[in-house]
Design a protein around this ligand. Sequence first.
Ligand SMILES: NC(=O)C1=CN([C@@H]2O[C@H](COP(=O)(O)OP(=O)(O)OC[C@H]3O[C@@H](n4cnc5c(N)ncnc54)[C@H](O)[C@@H]3O)[C@@H](O)[C@H]2O)C=CC1
Ligand SMILES: O=C(O)C(=O)Cc1ccc(O)cc1
Length: 377
Amino acid sequence: MSEEPSNVAATRGPVRIVGAGLLGASIGLGLSALGVPVTLADASPTARALARDVGAGAIEHAEDAAPTLIVVAVPPDVTAEIVAAELRAHPGAVVTDVASVKSVILAEVAHLAARDSLDLGRYVGSHPMAGRERSGAGAASADLFVGRPWVITLREGVDPRALLAVRNLATDLGGVPLQMSPAEHDDAVALVSHLPQLMASLTAGRLVEAPETALGLAGQGLRDVTRVAASDPRLWSAILTGNAAAVSTHLRGVRDDLDGLLGALDRAAVDGPLALGAIAGMAGVISAGNDGVARIPGKHGGRRKRYTEVTVLVPDEPGELGRLFTEIGEIGVNIEDFQMEHATRQRVGMAIVSVIPASAQTLETSLEERGWRVVAQ
Ligand SMILES: NC(=O)C1=CN([C@@H]2O[C@H](COP(=O)(O)OP(=O)(O)OC[C@H]3O[C@@H](n4cnc5c(N)ncnc54)[C@H](O)[C@@H]3O)[C@@H](O)[C@H]2O)C=CC1
Ligand SMILES: O=C(O)C(=O)Cc1ccc(O)cc1
């Protein structure tokens, strides 16, 4: 890759990143790839060095040119004090943060700005809706934000140039900027990010004492609902504390649903499957889930596309998956998405091929004619 600065970025550096972990290093990588000069600061010298080594920017030095934009990417519980310190230390710079909660941080930054006579207009809080269940620069990626919403919080008194600088940052990294109030943001993420994290953690927590034999039966469903359970407990405690009221409202809703479901299950356990209201109670939960999942937009913000999944058994041998892909190509069907599931202790895998509904029947028939075993849906 060329070392020469390119002109494709709207962001004019230098950009100073404080907190060179997953988010900070991903932003540094993306900006560096566009030729924008980036300096990295972090309380941890190891984190700084790792971010530099992965290519996210240069470690800060006293003689660095003054930054035009500062991105604070530290845990939410220390974000406000760092934002205030950066506003104080760099009077010409726009300051943004990427923390997962917004209202408490704005309230604290506003308090510190009033106390210390800082220019609050240069601060714009933001939140890229992209991340991973792993922390640190080692897990960073320049592509993390591509196609993902990047919330920019609106409030009165913001310098329009600051708003533009944060918007440019989001679009330079491939994100889709969205403006909303801090309260609107916090309510939304309580439902679409914080509640799912807790449901994943609660489900995975039930596995701690599970027998190995039970775990050996785990399939893709368990993996799908528990992926984010691997997230950092310290980071998430700070996120949840910063949005406690909104999260507890949604958890209480879940508790009400659980009470209804438990009532139905208890009736079925005592009086059998035909107990009054038992089946309806269970079906209600599952069908509400059907309705909810149908409302989740596609990954890139558009309407969720409806594909049909064709499941094919693939021998667990070198080259077999490649042969399947080649033959699907020969049949003339486009693979829209793909997933592989492995049956524990079996020498066969299940290739789940997503195709447009109109191609599914042709694909199934043609694969069977060619000797593949297609699993009936
Ligand atoms: N992890 C995720 O998927 C996402 C996280 N966020 C937000 O981004 C922010 C950063 O999260 P991650 O990058 O995941 O965490 P991380 O743990 O990977 O990185 C945080 C970095 O901040 C540094 N740090 C901590 N306190 C500091 C201080 N006082 N001064 C300077 N550096 C300090 C740490 O040494 C660490 O390198 C958080 O506010 C989080 O809510 C936003 C979107 C997604
Ligand atoms: O890994 C995922 O699917 C996430 O949703 C990551 C994530 C974690 C925290 C955020 O504030 C935003 C996104």
